[in-house]
Design a protein around this ligand. Structure first.
Ligand code: AMP
Length: 283
């Protein structure tokens, strides 16, 4: 695997790949890789000739009281994992390589329509940070496709809309959530949790599953479904930020006629914020 820290070195490498007409895929991450990230590498390998992963803990997407400094950075181990999956290229730039000296007053890419609710409401500015860095990574790598985890379902929709609205000729592919056997979705932030907290956190998956089954069996009393699940999550010792049934395409509150739902939740366990979701299609 080629490892680059500088955009100029990455560019030199990619211009020769482009001359060979290789189909290029991009897998952006913040590192501390787990099997969820590695499943994206596998999907990228299945979809393209040249897989570029990136590891960049993006300061612009963290709020002032969030865990930017504490975020786990495990570059050496990540390199070994990427090599074991046969990823072709890793780009792991420093903050200055991406933002120069513009971090105080950065040029932003914004997708207002999908970012005012859910995680966007709880984390002001978060999605502007995500879309801005992803647009920069798209410009640098000019991939044919980019793979994002459906674990961050709102993020996936936001990036899809950014690419479509800005006429970026990049196919955005969503890849299914990888979970522990307990149902807990894999996340770099799970490393903040004790064993007991991990057990408590399985209430998120269980609640999503229950609501999913209710939707499939025809229940459309969304407010009761949401408040019962919120109560179960709080009773398990978490602090539920939101538990919402939405239209899977628009993220608007679900209505009875919808045929494609996304159930989305975010909850704090101690200081750690976890998110999860499940999508349900009605035939
Ligand atoms: P992160 O490093 O948390 O920014 O995540 C990088 C990419 O990995 C994003 O596209 C995430 O949606 C994806 N991802 C994170 N956790 C999982 C998971 N458990 N299953 C599938 N994809 C994931």
């Amino acid at each position: 695997m080629e490892v680059f820290n500088l955009a100029s070195d990455l560019n030199a490498f990619l211009s020769s790949a482009r001359r060979k007409n290789l189909r290029i895929s991009l897998v952006p991450t913040m590192g501390n890789l787990h099997n969820g990230h590695l499943s994206l590498i596998d999907a990228a390998l299945a979809n393209s000739d040249l897989v570029i992963s990136t590891i960049f803990v993006n300061p612009l997407q963290f709020g002032p009281d969030e865990d930017l400094d504490a975020y786990p950075r495990t570059l050496q181990r990540d390199i070994e994992l990427l090599q074991s999956r046969e990823c072709h290229v890793l780009f792991a730039p420093a903050v200055s390589e991406i933002y120069g000296d513009s971090l105080q007053s950065p040029t932003l890419v914004q997708v207002p329509e999908l970012t005012n609710s859910l995680c966007g409401a709880s984390r002001p500015g978060h999605f502007d940070g995500v879309t801005t860095v992803v647009a920069k990574l798209f410009n640098l790598t000019q991939p044919d496709c980019a793979i994002f985890g459906l674990k961050d379902y709102q993020q996936y929709l936001v990036i899809k809309k950014m690419a479509a609205d800005l006429l970026m000729p990049i196919e955005i592919i969503g890849s299914e959530i990888v979970r522990e056997e307990s149902g807990l979705a894999l996340s770099s932030r799970n490393s903040y949790l004790s064993t007991d907290e991990k057990n408590q956190a399985t209430v998120l998956y269980k609640s999503l599953q229950q609501v999913s089954e209710q939707l499939l069996s025809g229940t459309r009393n969304f407010s009761t479904l949401q408040s019962d699940a919120t109560q179960a999550i709080n009773e398990a010792g978490l602090n539920c930020d939101y538990f919402t049934v939405c239209n899977a395409a628009t993220l608007h509150e679900a209505v009875a006629d919808d045929t494609s739902f996304a159930i989305l939740t975010a909850a704090y366990i101690g200081e750690t914020r976890l998110i999860d979701n499940m999508r349900v299609a009605i035939d």
